[in-house]
Design a protein around this ligand. Structure first.
Ligand code: BGC
Length: 493
């Protein structure tokens, strides 16, 4: 039997059970255990996303976009001005750095850009995982960690990377949390998401926090662009393809940005961009209208550190799908005796089952589903027979299908809003939606459900014009390109 193990970016795990000791048991199931069937049927009903539900979500997304563009706080969607008014042209030249903080890892990257002919001459990056304690520590600790990683990386510069004499190294800082931008190189953190609860950053300019940490490290670099990861992805993808109009991240968290006409942004005061366009960071993770939610979603939300917030994110993104499935399996074990007479203790641990585990289980197409058995045992201490494994897969599929289809509906909501404002702008020609994030990249079923929903909503003809495309690691290069475009030094690109 062969099983595709998930690639490291979404986590890896051992497919072979190390030893089959006795799984620790928390409690016996209720003696009057009900059958699993009604619980599963209710789950499937509550998670269902038939076309009218998708349409409603797409329409509500478009309406919330308008609300958020009208006035700050006008809807769940913050519709943040990115101050990115022109996208990369391909002419950018020179050495630029990017720093990416957005989830469980932080990345540093340098790129030597060679203009139209040479494009990306060379690029190097390093990735470091963020120690768990830093996600709950102080702002200084987190930024010191980042700045010291950047300092070490900068010291190793050589080879094809070259900075003209007398210049500072410039950085594009991708900071993937809701930030109220105050200019292209400054912005105030509104709140943390994705399980971060660092004290002392909310309400502060995150570029100032980084600058202070760089000073402490005696690192003389300048942040020339502060961007969200969606914005970096859009810029990175646009560098290669002029038809890119939207970028979506589906990873630990989720978000989307798109190219908007400045005339369609009533809340935009002061001078408008020369190009007549700008990028809007929707922060769609906070969307909440018309979503098909279950008791498991509500319980997970109630137990979260950001109660009532990021509901779309909690329904469709990688941080949460595994946890929703775990909650369902726990109920099936307790009330329905899914795994026999006892409930394995590990299954009661929040977040023990991760989305990469669901993904790996769903790749097991064998008759005996041995890989599913191993994963369930290794990860959640669960002993399963074949029929229980089949039910587990049904649970995973139900949660993943809902997530993928709702993400697809969100994308259609954005495209629809753009098209309604200017007929033909997206549906009348080739339009690319650049996608990135581990969930999208590594979960084939999720990707397929997303695409299906887009096709169902748009119809076959129009959906031929909408290309949903993976743009791998575009966000790092994108941030560096935006640093180039906003360089303090003279440039002719
Ligand atoms: C953040 C966004 C980010 C997204 C994807 C969300 O939790 O609020 O700013 O773009 O995750 O990383």
């Amino acid at each position: 039997m062969s099983v595709t193990a998930s690639p490291p970016a979404v986590g890896s795990f051992c497919l072979h059970r190390s030893h089959r000791g006795t799984a620790r048991v928390r409690m016996a199931v209720r003696s009057n255990a009900v059958s699993v069937a009604p619980i599963l049927t209710k789950l499937q009903k509550d998670c269902a996303t038939p076309l009218p539900v998708l349409r409603h979500v797409a329409d509500a997304m478009a309406a919330d976009m308008r609300g958020g563009l009208a006035v700050d706080g006008g809807s769940d969607l913050k519709m943040i001005l990115s101050y990115v008014n022109s996208l990369p042209s391909g002419n950018e030249k020179g050495l630029f750095y990017a720093l990416d903080l957005g989830g469980t890892n932080f990345r540093v990257l340098r790129v030597q850009l060679g203009g139209k002919d040479e494009r990306v001459i060379d690029t190097e990056f390093e990735q470091v995982s963020i120690p768990q304690e830093l996600m709950f520590g102080t702002s200084e600790e987190l930024f010191d960690f980042i700045a010291s990683g950047l300092a070490k990386f900068a010291q190793k510069e050589g080879g094809k990377f070259h900075l003209p004499r007398g210049r500072k190294r410039e950085i594009g800082f991708t900071f993937s949390f809701p930030v109220k931008q105050t200019s292209i190189d400054s912005g105030i953190l509104m709140k943390w998401t994705k399980g971060f609860a660092v004290s002392g950053t909310a309400g502060k300019d995150v570029v100032a926090c980084l600058n202070e940490a760089m000073e402490r490290q005696k690192l003389d670099m300048r942040v020339s662009a502060l961007v969200n990861d969606t914005v970096g992805t859009l810029a990175g993808a646009r560098y290669w393809d002029d038809d890119v109009m939207v970028a979506v991240i589906l990873g630990t968290g989720t978000n989307a940005c798109y190219v908007e006409q400045v005339d369609a942004i009533p809340k935009l005061q002061g001078p408008k961009s020369l190009s007549g366009r700008t990028i809007i960071n929707t922060e769609w993770g906070a969307f909440s209208k018309g979503l098909p939610l279950t008791e498991f979603d509500r319980d997970m939300d109630a137990a979260s550190i950001n109660l009532g917030e990021q509901i779309f994110e909690k329904t469709i993104s990688g941080m949460y799908l595994g946890e929703i499935a775990r909650r369902v399996l726990l109920k099936l074990a307790e009330a329905g005796a899914l795994f026999g007479e006892a409930v394995p203790e590990k299954l009661t641990t929040p977040f023990i089952l991760r989305t990469p585990d669901l993904c790996a289980m769903q790749q097991d197409n064998s008759n005996d589903m041995k890989a599913v058995e191993s994963i369930l045992y290794d990860v959640a201490g669960v002993e399963s027979n074949l029929s229980a494994r089949k039910i587990v897969i049904e649970v995973c599929d139900t949660i993943v299908k809902r997530g993928g289809r709702l993400a697809g509906a969100g994308i259609v909501g954005i495209l629809q809003k753009m098209e309604d404002d200017a007929k033909g702008i997206v549906f009348g020609k080739r339009t690319v939606v650049a996608m990135d994030g581990g969930l999208y990249e590594h979960y084939p079923q999720y990707r397929r459900y997303l695409q299906d929903a887009v096709t169902e909503l748009l119809g076959l003809e129009i959906s031929k014009n909408v290309v949903i495309e993976h743009s791998k690691d575009g966000s790092g290069i994108g941030a560096a390109l935006l640093a180039a475009a906003n360089s303090q030094y003279e440039h002719d690109f």
